[in-house]
Design a protein around this ligand. Structure first.
Ligand code: ATR
Length: 271
């Protein structure tokens, strides 16, 4: 029995067991993917115990992604760039390799949903400066976008992102940048169930621009509804979650799983 799982605190609402469980059944793999709710003071011990538990690895979620980054023995270049680890692979010698599949998940979701969208040379506006924004910015820069305008309610947090090809914009001025962009990405929690709405008028947005939201609860956020109404292409946030899971599954269980509409429908019952 090949064993993996997801560790977080709290972790009960994670959709990952449903995703991996579905793939394990579909590919007839004798494997398990379980939830590990671990109190913060026990997280380091939990990671150290993965090899003796016979586990091939874990996904790491809130609030442990940065701590995992510090604790693993080696890092992928993506994890290094993002400064956080969401996927740990136990190596044959028992050491822990830290990877981050969120940037891949974000990019692959767009690629599969809107194959005609080319990233190279494009201009993007990214809303937010949390962990998700880091993965999105890393993914976009790797794909060769020309410029990222980044804006966040707390400007000081946005300023930590400043580097070549990333320009910081005031939160109040985000609406004025819309005429120049090809891609709009919401990485904030605004628009999520139980959170305030994202207050942005799309009036000046080019009709060719792609609008994406990493929020998937609800699947059709107000941002996506408003974008669709004016004829813009949109990509929802559930696919990012699914594609980020592909890389971990492949590394642990040795087979390439498929992201399908059926799997999305199964997950939507829980969203
Ligand atoms: P994650 O790791 O999922 O990105 P996070 O680090 O908590 O989560 O980031 C949440 C994002 O939503 C941040 O960009 C946050 O802005 P601040 O840095 O100013 O907190 C943004 N956010 C949360 N509530 C917000 C609100 N009411 N208005 C504007 N932005 C908000």
């Amino acid at each position: 029995m090949i064993k993996a799982g997801v560790v977080g605190y709290p972790v009960k609402h994670s959709l990952s067991p449903k995703i991996h469980g579905y793939w394990l059944a579909q590919l007839a793999i004798e494997g398990a993917y379980d939830l590990y709710e671990i109190a913060p003071e026990n997280f380091a011990d939990f990671l150290a115990s993965l090899p003796e538990k016979g586990m091939v690895g874990v996904n790491v979620t809130v609030p442990f992604k940065e701590q995992a980054f510090q604790l693993v023995d080696s890092l992928s270049s993506e994890a290094e760039a993002i400064g956080a680890v969401n996927t740990i692979i136990v190596q044959e010698d028992g050491t822990l390799h830290g990877h981050n599949t969120d940037a891949f998940g974000f990019i692959e979701n767009i690629r599969q949903s809107v194959p005609s969208f080319a990233f190279k040379g494009k201009k993007a506006l990214v809303l937010g400066a949390g962990g998700a924004a880091k993965a999105v910015v890393t993914g976009l820069l790797n794909e060769g976008v020309e410029e990222i305008l980044l804006t966040n309610r707390t400007k000081a947090r946005a300023e930590l992102f400043q580097k070549d090809r990333v320009t910081i914009v005031d939160w109040q001025e985000k609406g004025q940048t819309l005429a120049q962009i090809d891609l709009l990405v919401n990485t904030t929690v605004l628009g999520m169930q139980g959170q305030p709405p994202l207050d942005i008028s799309l009036e000046n947005l080019s009709s060719q621009a792609l609008v994406t939201d990493i929020v998937y609860k609800p699947l059709e956020t107000e941002l996506l509804v408003a974008a669709k109404q004016r004829g813009n292409s949109t990509v929802d946030g559930l696919g990012m979650l699914l594609y980020q899971a592909v890389a971990g599954f492949n590394a642990w269980f040795g087979k390439q799983p498929q992201v399908t509409d059926i799997l999305k429908e199964i997950l939507l019952k829980d969203v």
